[in-house]
Design a protein around this ligand. Structure first.
Ligand code: FAD
Ligand code: NAI
Length: 466
């Protein structure tokens, strides 16, 4: 009997889609080419990077902050191999969790590379070479993304690494040269800085984290600089000489001009990710891609070929695990005849450094460009009681509210635990809240969330603690 749905790829998009489809009564199979389920996120992305960010943050705190709180532990010593084991065990637990969930939902899984032989036919080629063809009513492409390469710089995952290699370094580099001041550059740059590396970040643009509210990004850069990361903006790496003991990177002004050489022990290339569709056979079945290699879909995640859908990093939009998950749920519901939907105006985005940077909705630049007038409510953590007592006062909450209706259009939190706090803003925005709604909601004292309430008050020019 044919499947109702075959999902190709078991990342956060694919496995969540499969579970939702099974919940809705479909007969579902997942095809995954890697040995473990969970995709980029669980194996070489979100989960291992957050494990290292957590451990390195505690390492840093033990050295820098414990003494100030009356905890005497002496200088902490790094056991990198044990830290990597801690990270690997975290990954293992998570990928096994996905395997458990697939089984629990009676989803068949096939290990091998999936190719769409025709609409309704998926060919699975196992690592050993044998091939089988599965019949299905619908197919969801959830094959994710891969590292973007830098011309002239070959990633060997030893000395010149992508995020994948940067998660498994065997020793702390004396100097790490990061290419790209995006999310990966700042998160993994922070990890290795805390563990003792000198970190230099080379960024093509004249700012870090393009797309983020500029005022927030500038403040964030200042904080990171105080932690010891150094930035070379408006610059590009044009080559890396690997012949000597030290790597020698050629760095030029982005606009062209005299080159300089920066030495390093490891170079991390973190200039973005590209959709992954290799070997899927899209050309043969005629599935359309855009000029950036992304699978083109309509408002219902349907490609131009009937019965074939796509979600996650392989389509347009932010390359985020929770975006892929929500699309997985939506497409399963659509295939089941329901009204699945993703609200792209309310997708939180978090950089898990210390402090964290969490945003949802629009930046000031985006509002200006759209010609929308807005009020800004800002509240610094220096004025929040809990942040003060915890010695974590860097950063602020910034709320952008429509000048006419007071509706919340964007929330930007640079501060401790911002990633958890942004959920309140997302819920408020999903319900179409005004800044006043947040301001009139009782927030527990003493918590960092009071800064969100105060920023909402500030949007109406009536902050209490400032
Ligand atoms: P993927 O997770 O990439 O999964 C695709 C799966 O498809 C893979 O398992 C692949 O092996 C499989 N596949 C591909 N082709 C085939 C084929 N032909 N046959 C069978 N299987 C195939 N996002 C966040 O939201 N938060 C974070 O903290 C975060 N941290 C990150 C840290 C790093 C270092 C990186 C690299 C990424 C991070 N991301 C984070 C991004 C996140 O990992 C992706 O957005 C997410 O994994 C996308 O999910 P997906 O299901 O679309 O694809
Ligand atoms: P990115 O798109 O976030 O940042 C890439 C940076 O490199 C940009 O600032 C860009 O201007 C710069 N750049 C591009 N070409 C360059 C060049 N030749 N020289 C110097 N700089 C150059 O991509 P990144 O950091 O690689 O991350 C990839 C994806 O993974 C992101 O889209 C992100 O959504 C996702 N991710 C999410 C995380 C999270 O949610 N916490 C963590 C890590 C990754």
């Amino acid at each position: 009997m044919p499947y109702d749905l075959i999902v190709i790829g078991s990342g956060p998009g694919g496995y969540v889609c499969a579970i939702r489809a099974a919940q809705l009564g479909m007969k579902v199979a997942v095809v995954e080419k890697d040995k473990t389920f969970g995709g980029t996120c669980l194996n070489v992305g979100c989960i291992p990077s957050k494990a290292l960010l957590h451990a390195s943050e505690l390492f840093d705190e033990a050295g820098e902050k414990f003494g100030k709180m009356g905890i005497k532990v002496g200088a902490p010593k790094l056991d990198l191999a044990a830290m990597m084991k801690f990270k690997d065990e975290g990954v293992d637990g998570n990928v096994k969790g996905v395997a458990f969930l697939l089984k629990k939902n009676k989803i068949d899984s096939f290990q091998g590379s999936g190719r769409i032989a025709a609409p309704g036919k998926v060919e699975v080629k196992a690592a050993a070479g044998e091939t089988q063809t599965l019949d299905t009513k619908s197919i969801v492409i959830a094959t994710g993304s891969d590292v973007a390469r830098l011309r002239g710089v070959e990633i060997d995952e030893k000395r010149i690494v992508s995020s994948t290699g940067a998660l498994v370094l065997e020793k702390v580099p004396e100097r790490l040269l990061v290419v790209g001041a995006g999310v990966i550059g700042l998160e993994l740059g922070s990890v290795w800085r805390r563990l003792g590396a000198e970190v230099v970040v080379v960024e093509f643009l004249d700012r870090i984290l393009p797309g983020t509210d500029l005022d927030v990004a500038k403040n964030f850069q200042r904080i990171l600089q105080k932690q010891g990361l150094s930035f070379k903006l408006s610059s590009k790496v044009t080559g890396v000489d690997t012949s000597g003991k030290k790597l020698k990177a050629t760095v030029e002004p982005a606009a062209g001009g005299a080159a300089e050489t920066i030495e390093g022990d490891v170079v991390l290339v973190a200039i973005g990710r590209v959709p992954f569709t290799e070997g899927l056979g899209l050309e043969d079945v005629g599935v359309q891609k855009d000029n950036r290699g992304r699978v083109v879909i309509d408002a219902h995640f349907a490609t131009n070929v009937p019965g074939i859908y796509a979600i996650g990093d392989v389509i347009a939009g932010p390359m985020l695990a929770h975006k892929a998950e929500d699309e997985g749920v939506a497409v399963a519901e659509i295939i089941a005849g329901q009204a699945g939907h993703v609200n792209y105006d309310v997708i939180p985005n978090v950089v898990y450094t210390f402090p964290e940077l969490a945003t949802v909705g629009k930046s000031e630049e985006e509002l200006k460009e759209a010609g929308i007038t807005y009020n800004v409510g800002k509240f610094p953590f220096t004025a929040n009681g809990r942040a003060k007592v915890n010695l974590q006062t860097e950063g602020f909450v910034k709320i952008l509210a429509d000048a006419k209706s007071d509706r919340v259009l964007g929330v930007h939190i640079l501060g401790p635990d911002a990633g958890n706090m942004i959920a309140e803003a997302a819920v408020a925005m999903e319900f179409g809240a005004a800044a006043e709604d947040i301001a009139r909601t009782c927030h527990a004292h003493p918590t960092l969330t009071e800064a969100v309430k105060e920023a909402a008050l500030a949007a109406g020019k009536r902050s209490i603690h400032m």
